[in-house]
Design a protein around this ligand. Structure first.
Ligand code: SF4
Length: 364
């Protein structure tokens, strides 16, 4: 492997070269690996990891971008809520430009006079609620990584009796979605590159039922390019040896048990429910809702909101991209009508979106 192909982003280029050689030695045929997490997708592109791999290795981006998998109906719900007089929507910035089905997004709603505040954590939203009598609604979008801090914020709101702090909950948990993906025979994956941050909470143990049911090799990966390369090597080695087990190349952060305390807080505040995923549809038990003692913080209940089915924007193939069925260049709008500055679908908006990665780095 040519050392010049190994980017400066690798802390140890010699090790990167050795790992690349090991991958080439171990890949003996087509190998379809899904990187579940959007942060992995970005790191793979940024460091040119695809260009180091044998031609037989196909890296397929999965549903690991929380904004991207939030259904169109749920995005519409957030945008429509801006029309309630006096309401304050306190949101992470990555949601601002996600288009709703009626040609609006939170940024345009704000330009038209709605009060939409960018916050960096749910605690910021709680502080806004403390400073006003108006309802402050935080759209809670994210996987197991971000859910504990949101649960802790709900506990704080209850303890301080800040009843105008509310959540629009679109949380999703990863294992049921992986189960749905692996049940799809069309996808025919050979291995999963499992998300490091989510795994820090759920632990290695969370993937064991998937390995048992689908006999799929799983490797938990960190986000440094060397982490990703070594994880691909471990997957290639498992496939070559006809093994299927959970391996962890991110042991400095992820343990077998994960973070039981974080899971306790989640369980204290939330209970499982079904959730609707863009591309994957309704998946039983893949969402979370507030337990009844926290219901006064539930914006959907307070405002009587229901989520309707909303089709993808015309021509947009985000749903198929999120399930690894097509790649962004196969969308006729890619880099023509749909660009990072003028996105049509969420996969082009989000900093973790697959279309944004292809657009920024090209097909490398
Ligand atoms: S390129 Fe744009 S329109 Fe096409 S799938 Fe991606 S986000 Fe949707």
């Amino acid at each position: 492997m040519l050392p010049e192909k190994i980017s400066e982003g690798f802390r140890d280029r010699e090790l990167a070269k050795k790992l690349t050689e090991r991958i080439h030695e171990n890949v003996k045929g087509p190998l379809r690996i899904m990187e579940v997490c959007g942060t992995h997708t970005m790191s793979i592109f940024r460091h040119g990891i695809r260009s180091l791999l044998p031609i037989d290795v196909e890296l397929i981006s999965g549903p690991g971008c929380p904004v991207c998998v939030t259904s169109g109906g749920d995005i519409d719900q957030i945008i429509e809520l801006t029309e309630v007089p006096g309401i304050i929507i306190a949101t992470f910035g990555d949601l601002l430009r996600v288009p709703g089905s009626k040609g609006k997004n939170l940024a345009t709603a704000r330009a038209e006079g709605a009060r939409v505040e960018i916050v960096y954590s749910p605690v910021d939203a709680l502080k806004i609620a403390e400073s006003t009598d108006q309802p402050v609604v935080f759209p809670a979008i994210g996987f197991e990584t971000t859910i504990p801090v949101i649960a802790a914020t709900v506990l704080e709101a209850k303890q301080k009796n800040i009843s105008n702090f509310m959540l629009l909950i679109y949380h999703k948990v990863v294992p049921p979605a992986l189960n749905a993906l692996l049940s799809d025979p069309e996808l025919a994956l050979d291995g999963l590159l499992c998300p490091g941050h989510v795994s820090a909470i759920i632990g290695e143990q969370a993937y064991e039922p998937l390995v048992e049911q689908f006999r799929i090799p799983c490797v938990i990966a960190g986000f440094e390019p060397l982490d990703i390369l070594s994880s691909i090597y471990m997957l290639a080695r498992q496939v070559r040896n006809n093994e299927a087990r959970v391996e962890n190349s991110y042991g400095r952060v992820v343990s077998r048990e994960g973070n039981p305390r974080a899971r306790e807080i989640i369980e204290q505040v939330f209970e499982p429910c079904d959730a609707s995923w863009r591309g994957l549809g309704d998946i039983p038990g893949s969402g979370l809702k507030l337990r009844k003692e926290f219901k006064n913080h539930d914006a959907k209940l307070y405002f009587g909101l229901t989520s309707n089915y909303v089709p993808e924007p015309r021509g947009c193939r985000c749903g198929e991209i999120l399930t690894g069925k097509v790649k962004p260049p196969e969308c006729s709008l890619f880099n023509s009508r749909c660009t990072p500055t003028n996105p049509v679908g969420p996969c082009m908006v989000s900093s973790e979106g697959t279309c944004a990665a292809y657009s920024k780095y090209g097909e490398i």
